[in-house]
Design a protein. Structure first.
Length: 319
């Protein structure tokens, strides 16, 4: 990927927040230490639990005077994190219905794998837990819940995904340029502040009320906003699946449908394309298969979660 230092810094910051949120502990929902944020099929999610998930973000902001946009962004992120906690509880409830269990020995084996992948010995692992204010028992409990969720998703979602050879071949014919060696796309990016609609902004740009570059300069919270949001050339193979899907079939000058990047809603514009050496189907078959599988999985998982929500009793309290 070819992009400026500003771009790399901004993306690194977003990824850091995502990594911190991912490793934040999910404390037991049966201990009510203060206010209730949501009730899911009778199971409580407390303000304390939500604050613990948000703690990495709070730690980054500590001591700073936040402006209105930053406060709105944190509120939007809190809503997103609470929604994720609700989904986690829905999955755990569904796992109970299927009587899915993970034994202590399986959890311990997975913890060993976790440590080995990160080259952590017992002392270093203990230190990392202390930094996260977690005990080993709490980490094991969270690991067990994650394993149960993954097993449920694998059984009721992933097993339903089928990608045929004809689908792979059709995708290859439709998008040969994207599967060429060293083919690249130059992109511009707009990351909108909380409260702004990417769908409405796209409509305004396409109606000629402003150019993409002008909109980026005026509204974008992302990298290189003053340069129209241009983030340079990126190899198609290096794009995230969500970006790849959003950009599929677009020509230079065209704008994607809204995309989510961490807690931001945004738009992508194809600035230009660089074609590379055309690769035979067999050389990219696995890549195309995985791309199609991921897209089907996301759609099937979203439908599965929607069904769980529709039959659940969910009550949100004020953030």
């Amino acid at each position: 990927m070819r992009a400026s230092g500003t771009h790399r810094t901004a993306v690194a910051a977003l990824l850091l927040v995502a990594a911190l949120l991912a490793c934040a502990p999910a404390w037991a929902a049966d201990t009510v230490l203060d206010g209730i944020m949501a009730v899911v099929n009778g199971k409580i999610i407390t303000k304390y639990e939500l604050d613990e998930r948000m703690r990495p973000v709070y730690d980054q902001m500590r001591g700073r005077q936040l402006n209105t946009d930053e406060i709105m962004q944190i509120q939007a992120l809190k809503k997103k994190v609470l929604d994720q906690m609700v989904e986690d509880q829905l999955l755990l409830t569904e796992a109970e219905r299927y009587k899915l269990t993970i034994g202590d020995s399986e959890v311990e084996e997975q913890i060993k794998v976790f440590m080995a992948k990160r080259n952590l010995n017992d002392a270093e692992f203990k230190r990392q837990l202390e930094l996260q204010r977690m005990t080993r028992a709490e980490f094991a409990r969270n690991m067990q819940r994650d394993m149960i969720r993954h097993r449920l998703i694998g059984g009721v979602v992933a097993n339903k995904i089928v990608v045929t050879d004809s689908e792979v071949e059709e995708r290859y014919k439709e998008r040969k340029a994207e599967f060429s060696k060293d083919s690249m796309v130059q992109l511009a990016l707009i990351l909108l502040p909380a409260g702004m609609s990417a769908k409405d902004l796209k409509a305004d740009i396409e109606a000629g009320k402003a150019s993409f570059a002008q909109a980026a300069q005026k509204y974008s919270q992302g990298p290189n906003a003053s340069q129209g949001g241009d983030i340079g050339y990126i190899a198609w193979k290096d794009l995230a699946p969500e970006w790849n899907a959003a950009l599929a079939g677009l020509k230079p000058g065209q704008i994607s449908n809204p995309v989510r990047i961490q807690d931001f809603e945004g738009l992508l514009q194809v600035v230009s394309l660089k074609e590379g050496e055309e690769l035979p189907l067999d050389a990219v078959r696995d890549q195309i298969y995985q791309s199609l599988h991921d897209a089907k999985f996301e759609k099937t998982f979203a439908e599965f979660m929607q069904k769980l929500r529709e039959k659940a009793v969910i009550e949100y309290k004020a953030l």
